[in-house]
Design a protein around this ligand. Structure first.
Ligand code: FES
Ligand code: FES
Length: 168
């Protein structure tokens, strides 16, 4: 069965006819061409397919696309402020060797973005807890944790410079 669905992805609205069996990650990758969201296990375990749904992280392999009509979806492609730029969390991953093959990275970065939005100055333990649903086969996690802690500092510096929330 197919249904008409409107999805808002990275601030763009898409009116689509969607097969009710299609998962959100299939739609993002195969219909919208947003291949930054990766597919690993397809069983909700690895976190490679993590995206933001109304500000919360979800595993897009475990959600049917037709069930998220009218939600606001953010993928890794929509995280930075402008196309072609890196978000400070992505930049921190680059600078702190937070990735090797990069397969887990989009999911890690979005989990980090969720954490830092809720808890701008996390402890190492809180970072490790926040990425506990994201598996990495390469890095041993140490540099990923370093990257997220570094991103927290960069974002804090940005807030201080702007005199905004979190400025002391
Ligand atoms: Fe979705 Fe692994 S592909 S959690
Ligand atoms: Fe290779 Fe994480 S960098 S799976």
């Amino acid at each position: 069965m197919k249904l008409p669905v409107t999805l808002r992805v990275n601030d763009r609205e898409h009116g689509l006819i969607v097969d009710t069996r299609v998962t959100l990650v299939q739609l993002l990758r195969e219909t919208l061409g947003l291949t930054g969201t990766h597919v690993g296990c397809t069983t909700g375990n690895c976190g490679a397919c993590t995206v933001m749904l109304d500000g919360e992280t979800v595993k897009s392999c475990s959600i049917l696309a037709c069930d998220v009509a009218d939600a606001d979806i953010t993928t890794i492609e929509g995280l930075a402020e402008r196309p072609g730029e890196l978000h400070p969390i992505q930049q921190a991953f680059v600078e702190n060797q937070g990735l090797q093959c990069g397969f887990c990275t989009p999911g890690m970065v979005l989990s980090a973005a969720y954490l830092l939005a809720a808890n701008p100055e996390p402890t190492e333990e809180e970072v490790r807890h926040a990425i506990s649903g994201n598996l990495c086969r390469c890095t041993g996690y140490h540099y990923i944790v370093d990257s997220i802690l570094a991103a927290a500092q960069t974002l804090k510096a940005g807030r201080l410079a702007a005199g905004g929330v979190g400025a002391e």
